[in-house]
Design a protein around this ligand. Sequence first.
Ligand code: PBG
Length: 325
Amino acid sequence: MLQLPNRPRRLRSSPVLRAMLRETTLRPEQLILPLFVSEKITTPAPITSMPGVFQLPLDCVVAEACAAVEAGVKAFLIFGIPQKKDDRATGAHAGDGIVQRAVRLLKKELPECLIITDVCLCEFMSHGHCGIVDKSQRVENDSSVELLVKTAVSHARAGADIVAPSDMMDGRIGAIREALDEAGFSNTPIMSYAAKFCSAFYGPFRNAAESAPQFGDRRTYQMDPANAEEALREVGLDLDQGADIVMVKPGLPYLDIVRRVKEEFRVPTAVYNVSGEFAAIKAAAQNGWLDERAAVMEMMTAFRRAGADLIITYWAKDVARWLKE
Ligand code: PBG
């Protein structure tokens, strides 16, 4: 017999003991479910690359949110797909835009829910970029910020509980904070997509949101995947400008960033478990190559263990249900 002073396996011998000593916990309150609302359809349209996820017409949004609420999810992130796009993203900041209408409806029918809006222009721009494009096809910063500010304020006016700018223009958080305050929304928090990387994992989302750039890519505004120090600087800047919650995106390939952001700043930190992460696991599960539920719960645990307080995930409803079983 080995004479071992420490036998870590002693504490793994029963489910009760393992549960008692589990360091990382997950609650349904920590989950946020993205919803895609489209002005172009009258019945839910499945997104092929994201099995189980649909574009929803306005009159199906409440039912979908209700189903999630029943499972235990109370927070939603709203994306809009407009009927018409142009090169000034008019639909993004229109009082009767698709996001604004969805927010009004959800707040009326489910007032106890938390409605977060994605503040971006790409879904509303004919060219699919997250800002105004100049004659030489460059994405302008400051003029784009003006439109983002208008968009965020219109979301708050519609009743959004939190606005979440995802565009990665410089200075947008400060500008949005100031405008929200002036418009009487000083209590509306900002969840900033602070460290958003230029990632291949957004592919399925761009189909879902019909927001793929028609030329070029997003490398001049989204971050280089190789940069961790810069991610900390980005988060610092957004906090200085008034961000209340900071986000790291994507999730799984960037857990080191989540950990460093949480350790460095000690502020509420969200992680976005993006469409490509979802599609990859779904595809493997559909082939019988891995156990979806076990793999997803392991991912969720990893996000929490890395330091995320909140998880934005297309699995929110399933995870909430699994947590109850
Ligand atoms: C809009 C936006 C994107 C995502 C969230 N907001 C796409 C992009 O930046 O191209 C991606 C979400 C996902 O992949 O699940 N700018």
